[in-house]
Design a protein around this ligand. Structure first.
Ligand code: NDP
Length: 483
């Protein structure tokens, strides 16, 4: 019997009303552990204590908060190797990427540690004489954080760190597919000098614990990353209580390769952006929009770049693409590989399940050519190691195709023309634009988010996060009347 990993609720580690088992997608014989599932009463206890703890945390003072966040971030960075291996073991990304993710997650905490000391307000004169105005931000209250499995530590951290920085309590519902990373991060947070119940971990199914959480009137704000249908359901629940909501829901990102591009660079950006993390990134470039005059040469180089990837066990040296996260995800991916061909695209390599020495969810990266932008493979987020090439005749057609989507998270262009790069940067209708860079890969100190179905509500990360995690208070102070 492997260990039972408990929830951290209202300041105590407690068993749940059930458990789920967590297995390594690289090797299904590797049982990582059993993880508690929070019951309805336990969630209520977490929420009640969070309300009390939040007021205590707000009164802590900024230097004490700074020390807490700095200690969390510093420990995560120091333990990036160990925690990165755990993350890779349960999620399936290569261990170097797991380590990188944990280190980056630590940087979110150290960044927001510093931000605790930089919280400034505004002052102004009233339009009425002898009255001064003070404008400052205050914590929004109890924040529910619902995070996905694809970046289980980084996504949670870019939500938890600003939530705590700006004075809020946190109830965290991580994805049930990656609970071990959640317990590891919670252990680090739980041992800090924080009020009892300021931070609770409530593992459990999204449809149960998650749904109850987003419907609770005790929650003042919800930050969610995941799929569009779940996001829409959360928004519907949130509006019943007028709860503030912020959502990031994936995309259908395009990389445009122009006739003046460095094609070796373009192929390497396209392959890395499309297949890194097994394509399970909201910033993955799953649409490759290529000028007809360089199409054939680009495709040849893309195939060569893709064939250099080594699909394998996430913890083995040399692996550059691990398995996908789950059987359900693998089956969806294989369905898209078949669907794309039925729609008329040609699958020139990959797109099939791989038999490996270990029983896991392995898939060969696949490339479609001859696809058009109206095909389902170019309209729906697949979250798969699959990329589609769309041939276009001009820059104008490329830009139009990039923007012809319901989503709008990231987009990219590969070009040596400054004029085109500038025009693209100004006219791509996405929240993030990349010039001669992969569509995936963003920084932690600047805003992150998209347009259309990709995002809803204020931006995440950087100082922009203050918009979501705080409310503005405007105070009028009279100096005209003697005491
Ligand atoms: P979901 O949207 O189902 O899951 C995201 C998070 O929401 C998880 O923690 C999940 O819990 C939780 N959740 C699920 N249902 C509810 C609910 N009713 N109320 C509150 N929380 C809920 O995504 P999946 O993991 O099922 O992935 C499906 C697809 O979503 C992917 O193939 C991809 O296209 C997209 N996706 C996009 C991501 C992104 O980065 N933008 C991240 C993840 C997925 P639990 O899983 O534990 O049940």
């Amino acid at each position: 019997m492997t260990a039972l990993h408990k929830n951290f609720i209202a300041g105590d580690w407690i068993e749940g009303v059930g458990t789920v088992e967590n297995r390594n997608p690289s090797d299904l014989t590797d049982l990582i552990g059993h993880f508690a599932q929070a019951g309805a009463d336990q969630l209520e206890a977490a929420l009640d204590q969070a309300q009390v703890a939040q007021r205590a945390w707000e009164a802590y003072g900024i230097e004490r908060k700074y020390s807490v966040l700095m200690a969390i971030g510093t420990e995560m960075m120091a333990r990036a190797e160990e925690l990165g291996i755990l993350l890779a073991r349960e999620e399936g990304k290569p261990k170097a990427e797991g380590k990188g993710e944990v280190y980056r997650a630590g940087q979110f905490f150290t960044y927001y540690a510093a931000e605790t000391l930089r919280q400034m307000g505004d002052s102004a004169d009233s339009v009425r004489p002898d009255i001064e105005i003070d404008v400052r931000r205050e914590a929004v209250g109890v924040v529910a954080i619902i995070s996905p499995w694809n970046f289980p530590t980084a996504t949670a951290s870019w939500k938890i760190a600003p939530a705590l920085c700006y004075g809020n309590a946190v109830i965290w519902k991580p994805a049930n597919a990656t609970p071990a990373s959640a317990v590891a991060l919670t252990e680090i947070i739980a041992k800090q000098d924080i009020p009892k119940g300021l931070f609770s971990l409530v593992m459990g199914a999204g449809s149960e614990v998650g749904q109850r959480l987003v419907e609770s009137p005790k929650v003042n704000a919800i930050s969610f990353t995941g799929s569009v249908p779940v996001g829409k359901g959360i928004a519907t629940a949130a509006i019943q209580n007028l709860t503030k909501v912020q959502m990031e829901m994936g995309s259908k990102n395009a990389l445009a390769v122009m006739d003046d591009a460095d094609l070796d660079l373009a192929a390497s950006l396209a392959a890395g952006g499309a297949f890194g993390g097994s394509g399970q990134k909201c910033t993955a470039s799953s649409r490759l929009i290529v000028h007809a005059s360089v199409h054939d040469e680009f495709v040849e180089k893309l195939v060569a770049a893709t064939q250099k990837f080594k699909v394998g066990h996430a913890l083995e040296d040399g692996t550059t693409i691990g398995p996908v996260v789950s059987e359900r995800q693998l089956n969806e991916n294989l369905r898209y590989a078949v669907l794309g061909q039925a729609e008329g695209a040609e699958l020139i390599i990959g797109g099939t399940r791989l038999d490996m020495p270990h029983d896991g969810y392995y898939m060969q990266p696949g490339i479609f050519v001859g696809s058009t932008n109206d095909m389902a493979i170019n309209r729906e987020e697949m979250f798969a190691p699959l990329a589609s090439v769309i041939k276009v005749d001009s820059y104008e057609e490329a830009l139009h195709t990039v923007n012809d989507t319901n989503f709008g998270l990231t987009s990219g262009i590969v070009t040596t023309s400054l004029a085109r790069a500038s025009h693209f940067r100004r006219n791509a209708r996405t929240g993030c634009v990349m010039v001669n860079l992969p569509t995936a890969g963003t920084d932690y100190h600047v805003p992150f988010g998209g347009r259309g179905d990709s995002s809803y509500g204020p931006r995440e990360q950087g100082t922009a996060a203050a918009e979501f995690y705080t409310v503005v208070k405007t105070s009028y102070i009279s100096s005209g009347t003697p005491f």
